[in-house]
Design a protein around this ligand. Structure first.
Ligand code: AMP
Ligand code: GLY
Length: 425
C-alpha cells in the first residue's frame, strides 16, 4: 500500500517510524515531513492546509490511506473535504470530521458535550463580550487560582491561570474586550481549578469501537520542577506509574466509552485518535481537555510501546472493522527527552548544525524541528529532537536517554534534566 502521513513534527516521525515497520507498506509519503521522516519514506514539500495540493499528491502517488498528524487540517475540515470529493471519497482519511474536531477546536463545545454525556470535568461557564459582567460574577463564586480558556485554537497558549481575583478579572477583559487571542477568545470558558496530577489517555477509534493505547505523562513547562513558560512538551513517559488498573478502568468506563457513544449519538463521524488530557484528582479522573490527534511528545513514547502492526490497525479503521483487531502492548517503559533550541518557547534561532546523531546506539532519536541541508542536519524549530529509550523500569529508560543526549550537540541546546523524576525516575 501507498500511505500518506500529514505533518512535520516529532509526532509524525514517531508515526512514520512505526508505519515504516509494516509489511503492508509499499511507499510511505510524509508531507511535509522533516529530516527524520525522510529516513522512513519520501517527504513531499506541500502545504497541508492547501487541501487541493493534498488531493493532487493523493491522486498522483496512488495513495490508499491518509493519516493526519496535527489538529489544524482536521479542525479546518480535511475529512469533510475528502468525503465530499468524488475522486477522494473512497480513500480512507484517518481523522475526525470537522464537527467532531470541535472537541479540540472549541473548548465551549467540548464542555457542553461532556456535560451532556455526564463525563467528569471541572465545573464551568462560558462568556462573551456581552455577558462579561456575568463572567466577573462567576469568577467570584470560584476559589483561586482561576482558569480562563480561550474557546478556539490559540497555538497552545489560550489557557491563563491567574492567582488572584483582580488578575482574573483583568485577564477576562483582555480576552473578551481586547481580543488577546484574536477571534479564539471571543468566547471564554471559565472553570474551576482542579488539583491533582496530570496524564493523558489515548483511544484509537473507527467511530464504532476503540482500543485504548498506552497512557503517557508529558512535561509541559520549559523549566525544571515545572517552572517557567508552557511549551509544546519537554519530555514524556509511558506507562504512568500512578495510573493503575483501577484508575484506567475508571477512565475507560466514565470517559472513553461515553465519549465514543456520545459522538455516535451526535452523528459526529470520528476516526483516529481521541486524546484525553486528564487530572487525577485523588484517584478520580476528570477531563481537562480533548484533542483529536496524538500528543507530541507523547507519541514518541506511545508508538514505541505498540507491538501490533500499526498500518493493519489503520486499514481496519478505514473499513470500520477495528473490533476485529487486537492491540498488543510492549510491557517495557519508554521515556523521551526533548532537545530544544535555546530561547524556546520564546525567541530562538534556527539553522544550527546538529552533530552526533550517528553516535546514538541505545535510543531512538525522533526528529521534530530539523531539516536536511546538504550533508548536514540543521535545527529548524523550537523543539528539535526527542530522544526515546526503553527500560525495564522508568529509571533505566530515562538514564539511557540522558546518556544518548550527551552524544548529540547543537549551539544553545537545552533540555530538562528532571523528566520522570516526579513519578519515580
Ligand atoms: P489545555 O490547553 O486545556 O491543555 O490547558 C493547559 C494546561 O492548563 C493544562 O495542561 C493544565 O496544566 C492546565 N489546566 C487547564 N485546565 C485546568 C483546570 N481546570 N484545573 C487545573 N489546571 C488546568
Ligand atoms: N504534548 C501536548 C500536546 O500535544 O498537546
Amino acid at each position: 500500500m501507498n500511505l500518506l502521513l500529514l505533518g512535520s513534527g516529532g509526532r509524525e516521525h514517531a508515526l512514520a517510524w512505526k508505519m515504516a515497520q509494516s509489511p503492508l507498506l509499499d511507499t510511505l509519503y510524509i508531507a511535509p515531513g522533516n529530516a527524520g521522516t525522510a529516513a522512513c519514506g519520501t517527504n513531499l514539500d506541500i502545504d497541508i492546509l492547501d487541501f487541493d495540493a493534498v488531493k493532487k499528491v493523493v491522486l498522483e502517488k496512488n495513495i490508499e490511506l491518509v493519516l493526519v498528524g496535527p489538529e489544524e487540517p482536521l479542525v479546518r475540515g480535511i475529512y469533510d473535504f475528502f468525503k465530499s470529493d468524488k475522486q477522494l471519497s473512497s480513500i480512507p482519511l484517518i481523522g475526525p470530521s470537522k464537527g467532531a474536531a470541535a472537541l479540540e477546536g472549541s473548548k465551549d463545545f467540548a464542555k457542553e458535550f461532556m456535560l451532556k454525556y455526564g463525563i467528569p470535568t471541572a465545573r464551568y461557564s462560558t462568556f462573551t463580550r456581552e455577558t462579561i459582567e456575568n463572567g466577573i460574577s462567576f469568577l467570584k463564586t470560584l476559589s483561586p487560582p482561576y482558569v480562563l480558556k480561550a474557546d478556539g485554537l490559540a497555538a497552545g497558549k489560550g489557557v491563563v491561570i491567574p492567582n488572584t481575583l483582580a488578575e482574573a478579572e483583568a485577564t477576562l477583559k483582555e480576552m473578551l474586550l481586547d481580543e488577546k487571542f484574536g477571534a479564539a477568545s471571543w468566547k471564554v470558558v471559565i472553570e474551576e481549578f482542579l488539583h491533582g496530577i496530570e496524564l493523558s489517555v489515548f483511544a484509537l477509534t473507527d467511530g464504532k469501537s476503540f482500543h485504548i493505547l498506552p497512557e503517557a505523562k508529558d512535561y509541559k513547562r520549559i523549566g525544571e520542577n515545572d517552572t517557567g513558560n508552557n511549551t509544546g512538551g519537554m519530555g514524556a513517559v509511558s506507562p504512568v506509574p500512578f495510573a493503575d488498573a483501577v484508575f484506567l478502568d475508571k477512565v475507560k468506563q466514565r470517559i472513553i466509552i461515553p465519549t465514543v457513544e456520545g459522538l455516535k449519538k451526535e452523528k459526529l463521524e470520528f476516526s483516529g485518535f481521541i486524546f484525553v488530557g486528564l487530572m487525577n484528582c485523588d484517584g478520580e479522573p476528570k477531563v481537562i481537555e480533548y484533542n483529536v490527534r496524538m500528543g507530541d511528545p507523547e507519541t514518541e513514547v506511545v508508538m514505541p510501546r505498540i507491538k501490533s502492526d500499526f498500518v493493519e490497525l489503520l486499514v481496519a479503521i478505514g473499513k470500520e472493522e477495528l473490533d476485529k483487531t487486537t492491540l498488543e502492548i510492549d510491557e517495557r517503559t519508554a521515556a523521551t527527552v526533548m532537545l530544544v533550541s535555546g530561547g524556546y518557547p520564546d525567541k530562538y534561532e534556527k539553522g544550527k548544525e546538529i552533530i552526533g546523531l550517528d553516535d546514538v546506539n541505545n535510543s531512538i532519536v525522533f526528529h521534530a524541528g530539523t531539516k536536511q541541508e546538504g550533508n548536514n542536519v540543521v535545527t529548524n524549530g523550537g523543539r528539535v529532537l526527542a530522544v526515546t529509550s526503553y527500560g525495564k523500569i522508568l529509571k533505566e529508560a530515562i538514564a539511557t536517554s540522558y546518556k544518548s543526549i550527551a552524544n548529540i550537540d547543537f549551539e544553545k541546546k537545552y533540555f530538562r534534566r528532571d523528566i520522570g523524576k516526579d513519578v519515580g525516575a
